[in-house]
Ligand binder design. Structure first.
Ligand code: SF4
Ligand code: SF4
Length: 140
């Protein structure tokens, strides 16, 4: 059996040097959903969810990526670059076909139906909770 120990960077076009992603809180309140809409009205921004964690991705190439896709600051590159692609942490972008997302939004328009559905559910939940509280008060 062939055991993969390193990502195949020599075969890749430096896909992981052309974006960065930050973990963000899962939206629950209307203003948090609206904030995600705001992110998504910007160009080259994507929101995705993997294993329940939410991420904001900015598709912007690194300033140090050389035209031949090598790193221009290889010896002093940030730790996140050094550590990235460890097969034990799961597949990197080279294996994009196998990457699985729970949710993926590349525009505000794509996000809005999801947002509307979640806010509707929230409204129902809150109404139910309020009705429950009212009932308890009446019994006291
Ligand atoms: S995406 Fe994977 S294979 Fe491509 S450069 Fe980054 S770590 Fe290497
Ligand atoms: S510092 Fe080097 S390895 Fe890190 S993202 Fe930039 S080009 Fe890629």
């Amino acid at each position: 059996m062939h055991v993969v120990t390193d990502p195949p960077c020599d075969l890749c076009t430096a896909l992981c040097c052309k974006y960065f992603a930050l973990e963000i809180d899962k939206p629950t309140r209307p203003e948090e959903f609206d904030q995600i809409r705001w992110y998504l009205v910007h160009q080259d921004v994507v929101i995705w969810v993997q294993e329940g964690e939410w991420y904001l991705e900015v598709r912007n190439r690194c300033k140090h990526l050389l035209p031949d896709n090598r790193c221009g600051i290889y010896d002093t590159r940030p730790d996140v670059c050094r550590d990235y692609g460890d097969p034990e942490d799961g597949p990197c972008e080279f294996y994009a076909d196998t990457l699985k997302f729970d949710l993926y939004f590349d525009s505000a328009e794509a996000f809005e139906p999801y947002m509307a559905k979640q806010l509707k559910k929230r409204k129902k939940r809150l109404a139910k909770r309020r009705a429950g509280r009212k009932k308890v008060k009446e019994q006291v």
